[in-house]
Design a protein around this ligand. Structure first.
Ligand SMILES: Cc1ncc(COP(=O)(O)O)c(C=O)c1O
Length: 425
């Protein structure tokens, strides 16, 4: 496939729009960022007229695929009534009820626009509720781009200090200092010991570490984190921006049977519309009705809320999962076979709607162990797949939607086979 029109457009636009992109995560993409003209079902169309099987899915949100009819219809109908009212509409209460029905920790709900904002609100709630200032996060976990939490997301080992006592490493120039403590994930002993100082307001984690290496919680780890938080009066926050609605309709918390105090939801929540949510126990959530301020001009914008209700209704009905389970499992099994046939040591870990492909013979427990994988080789593979019309994230995460079909899986596996055969020559 040729991507010359995209390359030219990015180059031309870069004079006006910095690097031709509007998110740091969209620059540095190989061979260069792409410009798209359409997206439908499982397929993206780019400026060169290429049709790409899409496993980026907007970085995760498009659980039902691009432009699923029920969501498009709901958004269109909403547009005929209002766009933004700076007040309440029935749709936001319906969306909140759907969340309360689906997510175990969701006794109360507040909507926001992005995961980063909802995380920001959660940390404010936690600090106000506990009267403590420190927030504890884990190496390799990503919770959005704000100053509070953009620490040790992908630190160079040389900067990160000893494993047992990591040095928080900022993720951006211009970032303000924050009262943040960092630990390796999946080490219940270290966590319990640190919390015994009784100075941590909240522990925040991705319950499955999908932003780095796709690492599962060790058996008993989430339970141990829950217990350590309970013993020390610390709030437990699950950032389910990726895992929510993908690991299961009730998130990783339902899958693993561990209920956090607060949960951040985003991405698949509204199938591509800018909606996130902070949900949680009544106690801490009630801070938002008092001294803790959370605002936003665009919170619960009418069209986005209609899309949220439509998406969550589909999710609650279960049909998307029946489709994704079938097609995603076939894809995971097929990938296992392709890698095995090519003699490449690969691990495919996760769930049909979100899984990780890792070139690593031993499962890692945490970020530092995740660095063992042959990430450069995987990125080469992702770049080669794009040339064959399959768009996958270079970091190894695959998102599957209810719009992916057997035919897409067949073409994807054929492309993987071709790339692996090319490498073996
Ligand atoms: C686990 C997690 N938390 C938070 C965020 C931030 O969400 P947003 O990009 O909507 O601000 C992301 C985004 O990728 C994420 O993966």
């Amino acid at each position: 496939m040729r991507f010359t029109a995209s390359r030219q457009r990015i180059e031309d636009a870069s004079d006006l729009v910095v690097n031709g992109v509007n998110s740091a995560f969209r620059q540095g993409i190989r061979p260069h960022p792409l410009v798209f003209t359409a997206a439908d079902g499982a397929i993206l169309t780019d400026l060169d007229g290429n049709h790409l099987i899409d496993y980026f899915l907007g970085m995760g949100p498009m659980l039902l695929g691009h432009r699923p009819p029920p969501v498009v219809a709901a958004a269109r109908q909403a547009l005929d009534r209002s766009i933004l009212v700076a007040g309440q509409t029935e749709a936001e209460y319906a969306a909140a009820q759907l969340l309360a029905d689906l997510i175990p920790s969701a006794e109360q709900v507040r909507f926001a626009l992005s995961g980063s904002e909802a995380v920001h609100a959660a940390l404010r709630v936690a600090r106000a509720h506990t009267g403590r200032s420190t927030v504890l996060k884990f190496e390799g976990h990503y919770h959005g781009w704000f100053d509070n939490v953009l620490w040790s997301v992908a630190p160079e080992p040389a900067d990160a200090g000893p494993r047992e006592a990591p040095i928080p490493v900022p993720g951006s120039a211009g970032q303000q200092p924050a009262d943040v403590a960092v630990l390796p994930w999946n080490d219940a002993g270290l966590l319990a010991e640190r919390l015994r100082r009784h100075d941590v307001a909240a522990v925040i984690m991705e319950p499955v570490m999908f932003n780095n290496a796709g690492i599962l919680p060790l058996p008993g780890y989430l339970e141990a984190a829950r217990a350590a938080c309970d013993e020390t009066g610390t709030l437990l926050i699950f950032d389910e921006v990726i895992t929510g609605f993908r690991v299961s309709a009730g998130g990783a918390q339902r899958e693993f049977g561990v209920t956090p105090d607060l949960t951040i939801l985003g991405k698949a929540l509204a199938n591509g519309f800018p909606v996130a949510a902070l949900v949680g126990r009544r106690g801490p959530m009630s801070q938002l009705g008092g001294a803790v301020l959370h605002g936003g001009t665009y919170n619960t914008q009418s069209v986005a809320m209609a899309a949220t209700v439509a998406t969550l209704t589909e999710i609650a009905g279960g049909e998307p999962y029946r489709r994704i389970d079938q097609v995603g499992k076939r894809l995971m099994d097929g990938l296992r076979k392709e890698f095995a046939d090519a003699g490449v040591d690969a691990r495919i870990v996760g769930w049909p709607a979100v899984f990780q492909v890792r070139l690593d013979p031993v499962p890692p427990r945490d970020y530092r162990e995740g660095l063992r994988a042959d990430r450069a080789r995987y990125a080469d593979l992702a770049a080669a797949l794009l040339d064959l019309g399959v768009r996958v994230l270079p970091r190894g995460t695959w998102f599957v939607s209810a719009a992916h079909e057997d035919e897409h899986v067949d073409r994807t596996l054929a492309a993987v086979r071709a790339v692996l055969a090319g490498r073996a020559e």
